[in-house]
Design a protein around this ligand. Structure first.
Ligand SMILES: [Zn+2]
Length: 121
C-alpha cells in the first residue's frame, strides 16, 4: 500500500516511506513536509534549525532556567519579524539581548557590566 502525505506549504503529495496507514493524516503531512524541497518547507527547516541554535545560546548565556524558557518564547516573534529585538535586564550587571541581524540570522548577546564606584556619604 502506498501512503501519501501532503506538504503543508506547497500541497504536493509525497509517498511516506515506512507508513503503514495507521498514522493520522497530520503526521503523514508532517513527514511529507520534512521531505519536500519547496521554498516554504526549506525555510521552515532552516528556521527550526536556527531556533534550536539560538535556544542553545540562550541556555549557555542565561543561568536561570525559567528566565531562559521565557526568552525562548521571543524567537518566533523575531523570526517572523514581528519584533526586531528584545533586551532583558537580568540584574544590576547583566543584560541579555536577542536580535535579528540584517541577514535574518538570530543573535543572542549577554552583556556583563563591571562598574567600580566610590561614593562619599
Ligand atoms: Zn512543499
Amino acid at each position: 500500500m502506498t501512503i501519501y502525505g501532503k506538504c503543508k506549504y506547497c500541497g504536493n503529495p509525497r509517498i511516506v516511506e515506512g507508513a503503514d496507514g495507521s498514522e493520522p493524516q497530520n503526521i503523514r503531512d508532517e513527514w511529507a513536509t520534512e521531505q519536500c524541497d519547496c521554498n516554504g518547507a526549506e525555510t521552515a527547516r532552516k528556521r527550526a534549525a536556527d531556533r534550536k541554535t539560538a535556544e542553545a545560546y540562550i541556555d549557555d548565556l542565561v543561568d536561570k532556567e525559567d528566565v531562559a524558557a521565557e526568552l525562548k518564547h521571543f524567537i518566533p516573534l523575531l523570526q517572523e519579524c514581528k519584533i526586531d529585538g528584545i533586551t532583558v535586564k537580568i540584574n544590576e550587571k547583566t543584560k541579555i539581548t536577542l536580535a535579528t541581524k540584517t541577514s535574518g540570522a538570530l543573535k543572542v548577546a549577554r552583556v556583563d557590566t563591571l562598574k567600580t564606584e566610590y561614593e562619599n556619604e
